[in-house]
Design a protein around this ligand. Sequence first.
Ligand SMILES: NC(=O)c1ccc[n+]([C@@H]2O[C@H](COP(=O)([O-])OP(=O)(O)OC[C@H]3O[C@@H](n4cnc5c(N)ncnc54)[C@H](OP(=O)(O)O)[C@@H]3O)[C@@H](O)[C@H]2O)c1
Length: 266
Amino acid sequence: MSAAPKTIHQLREKKVVVLGGTSGIGFAVASALIEEGASVVVSSSNPKRVESAVARLSDSQQQYNADASRVSGHALNLSGDCEAALQAFFEQVGTFDHLVYTAGDSLATTPVEKHTYDTLVKSGSVRFFSAVLAVKTAVPHLRKGGSIVLTTGSTGEKPVGPGWAVVSGFAAGLDGLTRGLALELSAQGLRVNCVSPGAVDTELWDGMPEEAMAHLKSEAAKTPTGKFGQPHEIAQAFLYFLKDTNCTGRTHVTESGAHLGNRPGA
Ligand SMILES: NC(=O)c1ccc[n+]([C@@H]2O[C@H](COP(=O)([O-])OP(=O)(O)OC[C@H]3O[C@@H](n4cnc5c(N)ncnc54)[C@H](OP(=O)(O)O)[C@@H]3O)[C@@H](O)[C@H]2O)c1
């Protein structure tokens, strides 16, 4: 009998839910999972975006290893108290293997003196509070041996600039949340990890003033890798966490080497 592979095909026939999987990093994760032979359920708040993502992921002209039977999508708004909607969503999805949480609304960069209780809660709604509720409601449906991967951002370690304090606070909180959940959910046989990207070229920046975008790109050009991160590159970090069954409670940073400072001569 020939040997069975240990490191490839690990995600084949696994079922993965990607909340925020209709654009940017989440879409790239969903696409990489289809390449690997997994089944994917993508979700976000805009039904048209869900429809478009499912169509692109099912189209063999645009997606390697496309197979429409392995792709589905549901609209689900993760802003505000969405616990009941999440519960209904996971009931519909049924048993699955991994949860990837990449949902994020437009960044509420606001100087601290302008914040109120309500704006603070709103800032953390999709990225932090709903991530916790998603984990809570997903756990009863996750197969033992499965995992959860959350998303934070390098601003949690190094704030991008003035106005980013609250965004950075929630980002840093996700790192601690990951460790706490990893310990708590180990009793259920689940692992929890987190990916922290630096600047990545996604739809998140759509609507940013041209000048600010040009500045961001020129800063990215000075990093050791010399460029903005691309969604398919960041997707590798998510896939790694799904596959490394020895890893839990960790945040992986993928940020163009920006922590090292500028590339010599840049
Ligand atoms: N891009 C970067 O430079 C960067 C850097 C560091 C960290 N990150 C983090 O990485 C995550 C993904 O970002 P991205 O760059 O991939 O952004 P993106 O391209 O804008 O994707 C965000 C996803 O979240 C969904 N979403 C937004 N609001 C939602 C809501 N209320 N309910 C449910 N889904 C919602 C979006 O779809 P709908 O609009 O249809 O809801 C979309 O699928 C975010 O948490 C972001 O902060 C990004």
